[in-house]
Each structure stands twice: as structure tokens, then as C-alpha cells.
Design a protein around this ligand. Structure first.
Ligand code: SF4
Ligand code: SF4
Length: 584
């Protein structure tokens, strides 16, 4: 196609063809409505930090896109292009120039929209323009890399499945040790849970403390929860790149995984663009009716737990002055204004509001994918002066935000302007304020080792299932010396058959055995009506396996003991198991 004597490049031609397909009522409304009143100019952080450069003004930037629309899709521009400043694109350089504006001079923060008398939403068609450029391969390199990772590996930081699962297991083990409770863990792919927890890959790669803090909160709340082993990324680079196909694919994977696990609520960890993409935009991009489960920000989940009395918090543990930064996507785009403040006031003793705030808050200046576009870093940091001044004026020592992207943006500008503030998230503060009552298994006086008359084992029939003959001999001798009748099984099949036939008063069960493993036997016992109520005490030399027992979809064992064992520990635990089963 040509314009006069100028031949249009292949990419420019494709952009024009795709432009028409992107036009909808919302975008056309914003493209035609501007009256150039200038109300939006001082709303933009780029303008405030570059007062002498008109190319940063929202209306100027919008007009770079608007003039293409007018030239091709609006009758005024088609007939009188000179009158309405309509202008087409012809060369690849034209596209590069457009890239510099739509990616490099705007974070799609939408602050310029709030004062517009005509309801122009520049960020909406700026995102559309990004998508058009991306469709012909014109984009900052960082955008291409991150998009590729999210397409190919399912998450935007290229985290491999084995690294993700290993990190969750490691964090789960640490939590178990900290809580001294084998039920404190991070369940993976557990079906039929109340909560499926989805995260930002940044948490696995750079900030695993946010995962362990969330796990601690779920544990303290007694939540039945899980994390998916795959399709767990709730972020969506499609929002930043303007690529609706990527946006739809990423959102669909998460929705389908949640449905596959039959989760009741998809909880989205603290991330502004992740929340907006998953909760608000994703169903449209994916073309799906998402109605099998609810979607909720983890901020709401944490407030619920406190209000329902499921967790207790002590705000005096967070006594350092904090302020709150509203993420543009959470606040301006999704209306999450009051909830984070409500939570902050529940868990922090000294909260200082930042001004302006809520819908009028300034971008962290790392939004819209800006953190991945290193070529624009100097511009970004220059524009961040606005945010730096806002932060300094609060007098706070910690800035809290509910967005991983904002954590990075704020951290970078705090370092650049040497502000000396820490950046934190609500999940960290809630976990720090948690008052966790020790989960003591009360041992009734009659079974305590110091009481005069411990529970008698006389006449009790106990099945000892273990493939180590020496161990079986030792345990059997201890139990027989205390009056019990002992049955012995040396593999899983034998253990189950004997349990079914003999219906003993208690089974001590090893996890690693030939034939059926102890885990299979345990699940079989629980699922067989005759044996379902026989108390089981797991005795294993592989503590790392214990969580697998507690993760099974059947009631947990009544007792648990690590090898090596001695006479005292065997008797104490066998008695305790019998008493707990009796009192159930
Ligand atoms: S969306 Fe934000 S960054 Fe972009 S022009 Fe408007 S105020 Fe400026
Ligand atoms: S405030 Fe609205 S109408 Fe006025 S210049 Fe900005 S976009 Fe145009």
C-alpha cells in the first residue's frame, strides 16, 4: 500500500489492519472525546518531572495514537486530514517512534483519567497501541523476553517446575519445624480445598518469605488450602504488553487448574496487576465464564480471618511507623482502597497516610511493565522524584504496598534517592503480628509418664507393622512386657489383611515397607469400614515422609513417632494414641 509516493512498510501495514479490529466502543469513545482542555497534564508524574518537555503530556502522547485513528477510521480525518491533524504511519521508524511513547513515556497508571471532563481513558488505548506494536515484533527487549517466558514456561520469570516445587517443599519443612507440628506445611495439588493460593513468580525467585508468611497465616487460620504444582502464576504480562492472546492464555490456565483441583476460592496474593488481570480482565481475555469458584485478593482473606476470629494479631509487634502506597491497578483500576488500610490498622500500631492517596496516588513509576524495560530506566528514575517526595513527607520508616511490582519500583527509587526506607507487604506484617497459640496435644493425666497409674495395656491387642525384624522384636517385647498382646506384620499387604481380620486395638505402622507402602496401607485402612476407626501410630525413620501421610484425603493418624525409639517413647505414644482415639 502506498501514500502518495511513500510506500508503507509491511509492519506498518499490519498495524493498520489490526488497529481496525481492536476498535470497540470504549476505545473509540476515548479516541474521539478529547477536547484538549489540558486538565490531565499535571496529573502525570512524567510531566511533573519534565515540565519543559511537552512530549510527556498525556494529551500529546494520546494524539500520537489518535492521529492514526483519525487518518484511517474517522471520517473527519479521511476527508480533512490537515484540519484534524490526522496522520498515518509508513515506516518501521514510525513504529519505533511510537514505541518510545507508548512503552517509554507512560506506565498506563490511569492517573490522567481521573480529572478528564470527557472521560478519556488514555491508558486503555495506549495498551491497545502496545499490543499492535507487539504483534509486529516492535517492543522493548525486556517485554519480548518476559512474554516469551510466560508463553512457554507458564510464568513470567522462567521459574522451572522443579525449582518451584522444591522451594515450596523447603518452605513447608521450615514452617513445620518452626511450628513443631507436622500439619504445618504447604500442600501441593490437594483437591477439594477451600483455598487455592496463586502467587507472583517473583515470590519464588526473589521473595520466598512472602510465601512462608502466607503459609503461616493459612496454618494459623486452620485453613484447608493448597498451591497448584503448575499454572500457579496469577500475574499476566498480557496486561502490560497489550497482547490479549497472551492475557487469555495465562488467565485460562489458572482458571482451569483451579477448577481441576475443585478449589472453592482462588486467592490471589498481593500483586496489583495480577489481581486486575486475574479477577477483572482475565475472563474477558480468556472468553470464559468463570463461575465454579470465587476469586479474592489475599488482603480480603486476611481481613476475614481476623474478623472471624480465626487468627489473632497483636499490632504492638509492628510498632515502626509505616505508610501505604496504593498500587494503581489495585486502587484506581479495581477499587481496593479501604481494605488494605483496614488491615494495616488492625496489624500496625503507627500508620501514616501518604498524600495524595487512593485514586489520586502516584504510580510507583515501575508500573506498566516499566521494570522490565531497562532502556527507559533513567526516565523512570527521574519521574520517580514525585514518589520519592511523597514518601519522604510521610515520615514513615516502612512503606507498605500490596503489589510485588510496586515493591520493585519503590525499592529501586528508594535506593536511587537514598531515602533509607524499607518496603514491605501486608502479608509480612500480618505474619509478624500473628499470635499463634502453641498447638499442644494434651496428654491426659492418666497417660502422663509421671502419674502413678498409667493407662494399662493389659489385654490390648496391638499390631506392629514394620519390615525391620529387630525393630519388631524390640517393640513387641516392650508392649508384651506391659501386658499387651502383639500381632506382627512384615509388609504392607500382610499388615492390611491382618488388620482387617483381627481388628486390633491399635496399629503401629512403618511408612516404608515392601508390598503396599505404609501410606497406601494407612489410606486403605481409613477407607475400609471395618478398619476405619482403628487408631494408628505412625513410626518411621523418614521424617521427610510424614507430610505425605498428613496430606492424604483421609483423617490423619492418631499418633506419630520418629525412629529411633526407646521404651519410654513407645509406651508414651502408644498410650497417648489409645487415649486420643478413645476420647474422639
Ligand atoms: S497513564 Fe499515567 S503515565 Fe500514562 S500519561 Fe496518564 S498519568 Fe502519565
Ligand atoms: S483532560 Fe481529557 S479532554 Fe482534557 S486534554 Fe486531557 S484527555 Fe483531553
Amino acid at each position: 500500500m502506498s501514500h502518495g509516493n511513500t510506500k508503507r512498510s509491511y509492519k506498518a501495514q499490519k498495524v493498520l489492519e489490526r488497529f481496525e479490529k481492536k476498535l470497540n466502543r470504549q476505545i473509540v469513545g476515548s479516541l474521539v472525546a478529547c477536547v484538549h482542555c489540558g486538565n490531565c497534564t499535571d496529573m502525570c508524574h512524567y510531566v511533573l518531572t519534565n515540565p519543559d518537555d511537552p512530549s510527556y503530556a498525556p494529551a500529546y502522547k494520546a494524539d500520537r495514537i489518535r492521529r492514526i485513528f483519525k487518518r484511517h477510521f474517522d471520517w473527519t480525518g479521511r476527508i480533512f486530514p490537515w484540519w484534524v491533524h490526522a496522520k498515518s504511519i509508513y515506516t518501521d521508524q514510525d513504529l519505533e517512534d511510537l514505541q518510545d511513547i507508548v512503552f517509554g513515556k507512560c506506565t498506563n497508571c490511569r492517573r490522567c483519567s481521573i480529572n478528564c471532563p470527557m472521560g478519556v481513558d488514555f491508558a486503555t488505548f495506549n495498551r491497545m497501541a502496545r499490543g499492535l506494536l507487539v504483534s509486529v515484533g516492535v517492543m522493548p527487549e525486556g517485554v519480548a523476553v518476559v512474554s516469551k517466558d510466560q508463553w512457554e514456561l507458564g510464568n513470567q520469570m522462567g521459574v522451572l517446575k522443579e525449582d518451584y516445587v522444591e522451594t515450596l517443599e523447603w518452605l513447608g519443612e521450615e514452617l513445620e519445624m518452626e511450628m513443631k507440628d507436622p500439619r504445618a506445611n504447604i500442600p501441593i495439588d490437594k483437591p477439594d480445598c477451600e483455598v487455592v493460593y496463586s502467587i507472583n513468580p517473583r515470590e519464588v525467585k526473589y521473595d520466598p518469605r512472602t510465601i512462608s508468611d502466607a503459609a503461616k497465616i493459612f496454618y494459623a487460620a486452620g485453613e484447608n488450602w493448597t498451591m497448584p504444582s503448575e499454572h500457579w502464576d496469577m500475574t499476566n504480562f498480557g496486561l502490560f504488553s497489550g497482547d490479549d492472546d497472551l492475557g487469555g492464555a495465562v488467565a485460562r490456565r489458572l482458571y482451569e487448574k483451579t477448577a481441576e483441583l475443585r478449589g472453592k476460592t482462588l486467592v490471589i496474593s498481593e500483586c496489583g496487576h495480577g489481581y486486575r488481570s486475574t479477577r477483572c480482565e482475565g475472563p474477558n481475555w480468556a472468553g470464559m465464564d468463570v463461575n465454579g469458584f470465587r476469586m479474592e485478593s489475599s488482603v480480603i482473606t486476611m481481613i476475614r480471618y481476623i474478623k472471624e476470629g480465626r487468627i489473632k494479631v497483636d499490632k504492638s509487634r509492628n510498632s515502626i511507623p509505616v505508610t501505604f502506597h496504593d498500587s494503581c491497578n489495585n486502587a484506581r483500576s479495581c477499587g481496593l482502597y479501604e481494605e488494605p488500610r483496614e488491615l494495616l490498622n488492625l496489624v500496625c500500631a503507627d500508620f501514616h497516610e501518604m498524600y495524595p492517596n487512593r485514586a489520586e496516588n502516584y504510580c510507583c513509576t515501575g508500573g506498566g511493565g516499566a521494570m522490565s524495560m531497562s532502556e527507559y530506566t533513567p526516565r523512570r528514575l527521574k519521574s520517580a522524584k514525585v514518589k520519592a517526595d511523597q514518601l519522604t513527607a510521610t515520615g514513615a520508616k516502612i512503606v507498605v504496598t500490596s503489589c510485588h511490582n510496586c515493591v520493585d519500583g519503590l525499592t529501586d527509587l528508594i535506593k536511587h534517592y537514598k531515602l533509607g526506607l524499607e518496603v514491605s507487604q501486608l502479608v509480612n506484617l500480618v505474619a509478624n503480628a500473628l499470635v499463634i497459640e502453641p498447638k499442644v496435644v494434651e496428654v491426659p493425666a492418666e497417660v502422663a509418664p509421671t502419674v502413678a497409674e498409667p493407662l494399662s495395656l493389659k489385654g490390648r491387642r496391638i499390631l506392629v507393622a514394620d519390615d525391620e525384624p529387630d525393630f519388631v522384636t524390640f517393640v513387641s517385647t516392650v508392649l508384651q512386657d506391659n501386658g499387651a498382646t502383639v500381632l506382627e506384620a512384615s509388609d504392607g499387604n500382610q499388615a492390611f489383611e491382618m488388620a482387617k481380620k483381627e481388628i486390633p486395638d491399635l496399629i503401629t505402622l512403618d511408612i516404608s515397607m515392601p508390598g503396599k507402602s505404609g501410606m497406601e496401607v494407612f489410606e486403605l485402612l481409613r477407607n475400609t469400614p471395618e478398619t476405619a476407626s482403628i487408631p494408628v501410630c505412625i513410626i518411621t525413620g523418614k521424617p521427610e515422609m510424614r507430610k505425605l501421610i498428613y496430606d492424604r484425603p483421609v483423617p490423619p493418624p492418631e499418633g506419630y513417632l520418629d525412629k529411633p525409639v526407646d521404651e519410654e517413647s513407645i509406651l508414651l505414644n502408644v498410650r497417648k494414641t489409645l487415649v486420643l482415639a478413645r476420647d474422639k
